[in-house]
Design a protein around this ligand. Structure first.
Ligand SMILES: O=P(O)(O)OC[C@@]1(O)O[C@H](CO)[C@@H](O)[C@@H]1O
Ligand SMILES: [Mn+2]
Length: 439
């Protein structure tokens, strides 16, 4: 984009992008290959010899991919026909056009990190769809499920709190309601701490009780625009607006998704919103991201819990979906490598859908990278500027910091943090509620 700084890239030796491409992505690929090995007998039981052969084929395609990555080979076009193949290949050509090098081929350690990292997950998907009959196998499903099961205690605490609050929510005064709103927002923020791609696929579930840690975590919120969110939704409620729509662009399944659904549930029962629209990924993505299967699976699991308040929550959530008060959308755009400032051209239908929202919440780190274009912005550049014309509706990023990009800080704030905690941008300890829009 003209006037925008350079993209983060693996060219910068020692940067987080470099380390991710060099160490973490091959690790993830190795885990995926291992998962396929472990499911061999399941493929055989389901599909006979054909299943076994398909497993072998996927493994060999993924081993090839790992080799291409580790030896910094040129990025090659996608071959298998899928809904987004042409857009991907056009984007690859566009990247090629941007190359200043004489051989002109995008490569893993040379091209923008956002592009090559998204491309890696898209190639994993390609390996799977090239291997029927196991072409609907989600190589990350086990990990996502494990994350959910390991977070059971926290989920019980959250659902109990939610259900107890629902009993009296109508009687809460304005300040009390605001206080509860802020709590659910913070739960959803810290729910983003434990994504699985960061840990190279190791489990990172929520074992501590988040509810009781919220006060201690407050100093770690670097940009805190929660008041803006309250002004916006609080004023809709006051004006008794007949419909208030909040859109949540989801990130990780498992514990984080539960925190998002708890927030969404609170928004409806408190009448701060009347409908919630969720957006998930069409293909398995960045290890832990939510697909429609994960979304439905999680609600079903919650509903069938033995715990009274957990299962009550699941019943409520299923009803919200049935009544159309919760609407799940997926769109291929979310698994493209494009910056969000291109959405109005690349996916005008999705942009138009988001324009119907009163408030869009973008969960997680990858969404932040795409909002700000994954570029080397100065820490003090206003968020509005980094969004580069992406303004479908008032929006807020809710994200813990896991990549070397952050805008909208106070002068000196970034430098001070760097001096006291060198990994502050990537260790997931810090979070933001960063709002853009008029109030
Ligand atoms: O979007 P999420 O789930 O919060 O984080 C995704 C993530 O783990 O993936 C990238 C590294 O592989 C980083 O941008 C980020 O830390
Ligand atoms: Mn994620």
């Amino acid at each position: 984009m003209a006037g925008s700084p350079e993209s983060l890239s693996g060219q910068d030796v020692g940067s987080f992008a470099y380390i991710t491409i060099k160490d973490r992505t091959p690790q993830i690929l190795t885990k995926v290959i291992d998962t396929l090995h472990r499911h061999k007998s399941e493929f055989f039981e389901k599909h006979g010899e054909e299943g076994t052969e398909a497993g072998k084929k996927a493994i060999s395609l993924l081993s090839k991919l790992r080799n291409e990555l580790q030896t910094d080979k040129p990025i090659v076009p996608l071959v298998e026909k899928f809904a987004d193949t042409d857009i991907w290949n056009q984007y690859l050509e566009y990247q090629q056009g941007l190359m200043k090098e004489s051989d002109g081929k995008p490569r893993w350690f040379y091209s923008p990190w956002l592009f090559v990292e998204c491309y890696m997950y898209r190639r994993i998907h390609e390996a799977i769809i090239q291997s029927p009959p196991i072409d609907d196998f989600d190589v990350f499903q086990e990990l996502k499920e494990q994350n959910f099961f390991e977070s059971q205690e926290s989920i019980m605490t959250l659902c109990t709190y939610l259900q107890e609050l629902m009993k009296t929510v109508e009687q809460l005064g304005e300040d009390q309601l605001k206080n509860e709103f802020f709590k659910f927002l913070q739960i959803s923020l810290w729910g983003n701490k434990c994504d699985l791609s960061r840990s190279g696929g190791e489990t990172s579930s929520q074992k501590n009780n988040l509810m009781s840690s919220l006060e201690d975590l407050k100093p770690f919120i670097l940009v805190n625009d929660m008041e803006h969110l309250w002004s916006l939704l609080g004023s809709c409620k006051k004006r008794e607006k007949s419909s208030v729509r909040v859109d949540i662009v989801l990130d990780n399944s498992g514990f984080e998704l539960t925190t998002d659904l708890v927030l969404a549930s609170f928004l409806l029962s408190s009448k701060l919103a009347t409908e919630i629209h969720f957006y998930g990924k069409r293909i398995p993505w960045f290890v832990s991201d939510t697909t429609v299967h994960d979304f439905n699976w999680l609600i079903d699991q919650v509903k069938h819990s033995n715990h009274k308040w957990v299962s009550k929550s699941g019943v409520d959530w299923e009803n919200y979906v049935k009544m159309g008060r919760w609407v799940y959308h997926d769109h291929i755009f979310w698994t493209l490598p494009h910056e969000y400032c291109t959405m109005s051209q690349v996916a005008p239908d999705l942009y138009a859908e988001l324009q119907k929202s009163d408030l869009i919440l973008f969960k997680g780190d990858l969404n932040y990278r795409k909002l700000a274009g994954d570029r080397k912005w100065a820490f003090t550049i206003p968020f509005h500027q980094a969004l580069n014309g992406f303004h479908p509706a008032p929006l807020c990023s809710i994200r813990t910091l896991k990549a070397e990009i952050q805008v909208g800080l106070q002068p000196g704030q970034g430098e001070e943090l760097a001096a006291s905690e060198p990994n502050w941008l990537t260790n997931g300890n810090y979070g933001i509620f960063q709002f853009d829009g008029s109030l």
